[in-house]
Design a protein around this ligand. Structure first.
Ligand SMILES: *Cc1c(COP(=O)(O)O)cnc(C)c1O
Length: 336
């Protein structure tokens, strides 16, 4: 494979194949590896008209021993099924999900970046309604697809802090809406506010609870985490936040390091009291946030340059597990 691993970013790149399973007559088929990155579906497919579409994201890391390992794939299987239930799609049995990940990674083994490059293989499962329904209803046919893309080390020169803009004119998810599941529609709704924030020079957008704009929900595509004045790990409890696998893992690592962990409603007004703030998700693990802007208010948090010491330590410990350089105490790594 003539790929320059150091030049990889986070964007689509053609690999050998993806894997595709179809659900018809109430059951999933055997699945097949497909070379062409195209899907031929009915123009009345519910994914196109009514948003029956959910996705996932996880990574495969090649360890020092050369063995590729998927990081907590079962968590993604379970979350995909929560998304499926919320939008009335066929569920994907956990063993089928795991089999799909294994088969597609094995078929694209030479796209799994070598250890030491910081690059990894991003795995993107997708579940969509492909059956035709013009009357608003759940489809009777679904496709479960898993594609893979080699992605680069996000931080080439250490963790770099960013500014975030509070979106007061837009909400990401309603309290009893679909914010807790990973539906494509959530992203469709966030594209415009994300673009507006980006055009003003903010790489990330922060959303407050839709009912009152008093509590913190999360960033557009990543969870909100903070270290408070006493050194505790704090993250919002909310009925409209997507339960991030990264957030869950960082909390576990924090507890293992002897830190207090608080999952509770977090007032926007508390931001000024936090020592460090971060955005977390699979793609980058953790991005330090050193400035939060809401209208005319500018709130500065943590060091101006680089990452605060507590989040940096969490990041180091977490990524050490991913690369197989620290004990895998919870069985998070699944050999391919
Ligand atoms: C996927 C996602 C995250 C991050 O979740 P991870 O499982 O850590 O990748 C955070 N917020 C939203 C809205 C998401 O869709």
């Amino acid at each position: 494979m003539e790929l320059d691993w150091s030049k990889l970013g986070f964007s689509y790149l053609e690999t050998h194949c993806h894997i595709r399973y179809m659900w018809r007559d109430g059951r999933w088929n055997e699945g097949e590896l497909v070379n062409e990155p195209y899907l031929n579906i009915h123009i009345g497919a519910t994914a196109l008209h009514y948003g029956q579409a959910a996705f996932e994201g996880l990574k495969v890391f090649r360890g020092k021993d050369g063995v590729p390992r998927a990081f907590r794939p079962l968590e993604n299987a379970r979350r995909l099924n929560r998304s499926a239930r919320r939008s009335c799609m066929a569920e994907v049995p956990e063993d089928l999900f795991m089999d799909a990940v294994r088969r597609v990674v094995k078929a694209n083994m030479d796209f799994v970046p070598p250890y030491g490059t910081g690059a990894s293989l991003y795995v993107r499962p997708l579940l969509i309604g492909t059956g035709e329904r013009i009357g608003v209803n759940a489809a009777d046919e679904y496709a479960f697809i898993v594609l893979v893309i080699p992605v680069g080390a996000y931080y080439k020169g250490g963790l770099q802090p960013v500014r975030a803009l509070v979106m007061d004119d837009y909400d990401r998810a309603a309290p009893h809406g679909t914010g807790t599941v990973k539906l494509g529609g959530n992203y469709g709704a966030s594209l415009l506010p994300h673009k507006l924030a980006h055009d003003k020079g903010f790489p990330i957008d922060l959303y407050l609870d839709a009912a009152e704009h008093k509590y913190i929900d999360e960033f557009g595509t990543s969870n909100f985490i903070a270290i408070d004045g006493k050194g505790a790990f704090v993250t919002p409890m909310s009925t409209s936040v997507l339960p991030s696998v990264t957030n869950d893992g960082l909390r576990t690592v924090a507890k293992d390091l002897g830190m207090a962990v608080e999952v509770r409603p977090v007032l926007f007004e508390e931001i000024a009291t936090f020592a460090e703030i971060g955005a977390c998700g699979t793609a980058v693990v953790l991005t330090p946030v050193n400035e939060i802007v809401r209208g005319d208010r500018v709130i500065k948090v943590g060091p101006r340059e680089g990452c605060g010491p507590v989040l940096q330590n969490l990041y180091n410990n977490y990524t050490a597990i991913q690369w197989g350089n620290a004990p895998d105490r919870y069985g998070w790594l699944v050999e391919i």
